[in-house]
Design a protein around this ligand. Structure first.
Ligand code: COA
Ligand code: AMP
Length: 623
């Protein structure tokens, strides 16, 4: 079926469309109702259905005679390890971790926080939670203890599962001291931790609180999958909001399983048994959806890669993996390709490997610049497809659909709306903009299955953040336009979020950290362009009058503060001191004007500016 037909089928009869898709999932009790809109905008998909996501990811394939098929390939150049897990083996590890969780009192609805590097035990821990109805809360390893503590306080986990350490090129990141610090500073007191001891750096366990995960795996009984309501939460994933408080995105079981299983064949064109690789991290939504859930729901083989695009050991790592494991389709962030292009501009490394089974390269997480797409298309000789995503949606809002026959690729555009999403470009009054004009990209309600149904224990914030700007629409906080052929062009965020090396970060959260510095009177953090990372944060600080401390010392302290409180992943390294910040007469800081000046882009001086001379000062400093 073509994209056009598929999209029309959905648009004409959305309930019938999703009902059909739901039949690809195994339900203990099939849903009779497709969508419950009685508590709008908190819709429930397949509300009377009963299922288990882990069962659909693992047991079902084993029961269907595919237990010896590869489920997960762990390739870790940083530890020089390669291990392949069949569906039988991954199920075994998962059901034992699930058993250990149950032995320690975890039941349906309890939260389990997972703070782990890219190791198989992390994937099995997520699936183990899904198996017993515990809600997993994965926290990315690049976050500092303070961020971890914020997530502990909000999600109140019964148990934390952590690795003893992560490994970054050339350095070991000890997770355990960060975990201990986070538990110490969190108001909510975590009573138990399961620690996976990595040989390279074993952690000291706290007697009575910490348990060795491997010993638990070795000695636990297996846990059976627990039947869950479609609407029971599968996981919470925190993502950056405009303040220091991250948003706890809640994802259900039923809608998620249906949408993800559909997406792996419709968007990526994958058949059961084929190998899919999402070079992301399990700490991000792409890792949740496309390292763990979607490939396994579809009986595919997924790659878990603990390494970087370059430097582990070289710019050929991605191509080695594709060649070694017969990867059919890959997904990464444009920044990863830019890193490879920087080290290997002529694609010499690519030519060292046979990519004969490689069909397509997908990109998302940030704007894919046409130069990178063109470079990759030329050297990989496969379609390079940009698609638009958010943690909130869990799968592509727009793309080009391998399972529906690709349409023409327009580099710089994220393709057309996915069946399930009615995307429009709105003006400030919520009116649809003429074709080709930039505005706010919004999705007509209801959102399709898998989209976050609420924020963890904060319905009011969910409504305010997404539903109130344009009644009847979900506001994506992305700006862009739609062209005369229906292609969507996502250009920038409309809020304080930046995308740095594919990581979603809040500049507001960084400002909150800087404001704590005793000598800083006020500050602004803006996202500026960066050739490799797409965007990086840059701080502008105003120092209290009469401060004796040197500017240089204060700058270094602010850099350390952001690193220690948010994490190294914030990539906060650039700070300048100003006499005052440019503001409107009503006191609004002109952040986008500052960013345009730094990026050397044209900008309009707002009529309401309080004192335009400060803009010249910024220009001078930036030179
Ligand atoms: N645990 C601990 N620290 C981490 C980490 C993790 N999981 N991930 C990153 N960091 C650290 C890095 O070591 C680095 O620390 P440093 O300041 O001491 O050097 C810092 O955070 C910044 O990391 P990063 O932004 O990743 O920059 P980089 O220069 O190390 O690497 C890229 C640049 C482009 C190679 C890398 O960012 C990358 O592979 N990006 C793709 C991201 C991605 O796939 N995102 C998912 C979206 S689909
Ligand atoms: P995250 O929630 O971390 O997946 O980040 C979501 C944000 O990343 C979106 O709101 C966009 O700003 C940006 N983004 C994701 N994919 C794309 C894309 N293909 N093109 C442009 N921006 C993108």
């Amino acid at each position: 079926m073509s994209y056009k037909e598929n999209y029309k089928n959905w648009k004409d009869e959305p309930t019938k469309y999703w009902k059909e898709k739901s039949e690809d999932i195994y339900w203990y009790k099939k849903p009779k109702k497709v969508l419950d809109s009685s508590d709008s905008p908190f819709w429930s998909w397949f509300p009377d259905g009963v299922l288990n996501t882990c069962y659909n990811c693992l047991d079902i394939h084993v029961e269907n005679g595919n237990g010896n098929r590869n489920a997960l390939i762990y390739d870790s150049p940083v530890t020089k390890t390669k291990i392949t897990y069949t569906y039988n083996e991954l199920l075994n590890k998962t059901e034992r971790i699930a058993g250990a969780l149950q032995n320690h009192g975890v039941t349906k609805g309890d939260r389990v926080l997972i703070y782990m590097p890219m190791i198989p035990e992390a994937v099995a821990s997520m699936l183990a939670c899904a198996r017993i109805g515990a809600i997993h809360v994965v926290v990315f390893g690049g976050f500092a203890p303070n961020e971890l503590a914020t997530r502990i306080n909000d999600s109140k986990p019964k148990i934390i599962i952590a690795g003893s350490c992560g490994i970054e090129p050339g350095k070991i990141i000890e997770y355990k001291p960060m975990l201990d610090k986070a538990i110490e500073i969190a108001n909510y007191k975590v009573k138990k931790c399961f620690i996976f001891q990595r040989e390279i750096c074993e952690a000291k366990l706290i007697s009575g609180r910490d348990f060795n995960l491997q010993e638990l795996i070795d000695n636990s009984d297996i846990a059976k999958p627990v039947p869950l309501k479609s609407t029971d939460p599968l996981y919470i994933l925190y993502t950056s909001g405009t303040t220091g408080d991250p948003k706890g995105m809640v994802r259900d079981n039923g809608g998620h399983a249906v949408a993800l299983k559909n997406s792996i064949s419709m968007v990526y064109g994958l058949k059961p048994g084929e190998v899919f690789w999402a070079a992301s991290d399990i700490g991000w939504v792409v890792g949740h959806s496309y390292i763990v859930y979607a490939p396994l729901l579809n009986g595919c083989t997924s790659i878990l890669y603990e390494g970087k695009p370059t430097g582990t050991p070289d710019a050929g790592s991605f191509w080695r993996i594709i060649s070694e494991y017969n990867v059919a389709v890959m997904f990464t962030a444009p920044t990863a390709l830019r890193a490879i292009k920087r080290d290997d501009p002529n694609g010499v490394e690519i030519n060292k490997y046979s990519l004969k089974n490689f069909r397509m390269q997908f990109l998302a997480g940030e704007r894919a610049d046409p130069t990178t797409i063109e470079w990759a298309s030329k050297h990989l000789n496969v379609p390079v497809i940009d698609h638009w995503w958010q943690t909130e949606t869990g799968w592509a809002i727009a793309g080009n659909f391998a399972g529906l026959g690709l349409f023409e690729i327009k580099p710089g555009s994220t393709g057309k709306a996915s069946p399930g999403f009615d995307v429009q470009c709105l003006d400030e009054n919520g009116k649809i903009k003429p074709i080709g004009e930039i505005g706010s990209l919004a999705i007509k309600l209801p959102l399709p299955p898998s989209c976050s149904s609420t924020l963890w224990q904060d319905k009011a914030r969910y409504k305010k953040a997404y539903m109130e700007d344009y009644p009847g629409w979900y506001s994506s906080a992305d700006a862009g336009y739609i062209d005369n052929e229906g292609y969507i062009w996502v250009m920038s965020r409309t809020d304080d979020i930046i995308n740095c090396a594919g990581h979603r970060l809040s500049t507001g959260a960084m400002e909150e950290v800087l404001s704590k510095h005793e000598y800083i009177a006020e500050c602004a953090v803006v996202g500026i362009e960066d050739e490799l990372k797409g965007q990086i944060p840059m701080g502008f600080i105003v120092i209290n009058a009469g401060t004796q401390e040197s500017n240089e010392k204060i700058i270094q302290e602010t850099i350390s503060m952001v690193r220690n409180e948010i994490g190294p992943v914030a990539s906060f390294r650039k700070v300048v001191v100003l006499k005052r910040l440019p503001k409107t007469r009503s006191g609004k800081i002109l952040r986008s004007t500052i960013a345009s000046i730094v990026d050397n882009k044209p900008y309009k001086i707002p009529a309401t500016i309080d004192d335009a001379s400060i803009l010249d000062e910024i220009k001078e400093i930036i030179k």
